[in-house]
Design a binder for this molecule. Structure first.
Ligand SMILES: [Zn+2]
Length: 243
C-alpha cells in the first residue's frame, strides 16, 4: 500500500525526512517551476514516507533541484563530474526519494537495484545529450536511443482527486517521465537558456530564466557565495603579497 499524500519540498534536510513547519501543516514549496505546491500534515508525510520505503540515512547528502527542469536535475545528481565526481544516487531508496522530492510523483513503489542501475544509465545518457547540445555537437546515437526508448514507455499518470492532482508511479514510470522532460527540453525553446554553472568545479547545467540572462550559478548558496569568497581571499592574499 502506498502512502496517501506526499510531496516533499527542496527543503528536505540531510536525513531525508521532509521539513515540517508547525504542528498541523507544512507548506511544501515547489522544487521546480511547474511542480505543484501542496499542503500536507506531518502525519501524512510520515505515512507516505513509510509507504514509500524511503529510509533515512544519517549523512546522506540532500538532493537539490536548482536546474529548472527534472531532466537536468537528474543529470546533476552526479556532482562535480570533472574534478571529484560525487554520486548522490548511491542506493535504490535514494533514487526513490529523488523522484518524490522532485515533485514528479506523490507516491512511488519501492526502487530496486535494477531501477537504480537503469536510472543512472538514463541519467548519463541525458547528460551526454545535454552537453552535446551545449557544445553544438551531434547526439551520441546510443544515448539518444536510450533516452527515446525510456520516453516511449508509459509515464507516471496524473490523477484528479477531491484534493487535487495525485501521481502514483512505479520507478519505471517515473523514469519515463524524466526522459520525456529531456525530450521536451532538448527539442524546445529553452535550449538557448541552458548554461553550465560558472563555478569551474560544479558541473550542474541549469536553465537561466533570469531577466537579461545574467544568472551565473546553479545557486548562490551552493556555488555563487563559495566562488566569490574564494576570489575575495585570492585578491586579499595578492594584495598582502604585493604589500
Ligand atoms: Zn554550481
Amino acid at each position: 500500500m502506498l502512502g496517501r499524500v506526499v510531496s516533499i519540498s527542496s527543503d528536505v534536510p540531510a536525513t531525508g525526512v521532509p521539513f515540517v513547519e508547525g504542528v498541523d501543516q507544512t507548506i511544501i514549496k515547489r522544487p521546480w517551476p511547474g511542480a505543484r505546491a501542496r499542503r500536507v500534515s506531518p502525519a501524512q508525510v510520515v505515512t507516505a514516507i513509510a509507504g514509500l520505503g524511503v529510509t533515512c540515512q544519517a549523512g546522506d547528502v540532500k538532493h537539490v533541484f536548482l536546474c529548472g527542469n527534472p531532466a537536468l536535475d537528474l543529470a546533476c545528481t552526479l556532482r562535480a563530474r570533472r574534478t571529484a565526481p560525487f554520486e548522490t544516487l548511491d542506493a535504490p531508496d535514494r533514487l526513490g526519494a529523488w523522484y518524490v522530492e522532485s515533485g514528479l510523483v506523490d507516491a512511488l513503489a519501492p526502487c530496486e537495484e535494477s531501477d537504480l542501475a537503469l536510472a543512472v544509465e538514463v541519467r548519463e545518457a541525458i547528460y551526454e545529450l545535454v552537453t552535446a547540445r551545449l557544445a553544438g555537437d551531434g547526439y551520441d546515437a546510443e544515448a539518444l536511443s536510450l533516452v527515446n526508448e525510456t520516453a516511449r514507455r508509459p509515464p507516471a499518470a496524473p490523477q484528479l482527486t477531491a484534493e487535487g492532482r495525485w501521481v502514483e508511479a512505479t520507478p519505471a514510470q517515473a523514469l519515463s517521465t524524466v526522459a520525456r522532460h529531456a525530450v521536451e527540453l532538448l527539442s524546445g525553446p529553452e535550449v538557448p537558456l541552458m548554461k553550465e554553472c560558472a563555478n569551474p568545479e560544479c558541473t550542474k547545467i541549469f536553465i537561466d530564466r533570469s531577466r537579461g540572462g545574467r544568472r551565473e550559478w546553479c545557486g548562490m548558496e551552493s556555488c555563487g557565495n563559495k566562488v566569490k569568497a574564494a576570489a575575495y581571499r585570492a585578491r586579499k592574499k595578492e594584495a598582502q603579497t604585493a604589500g
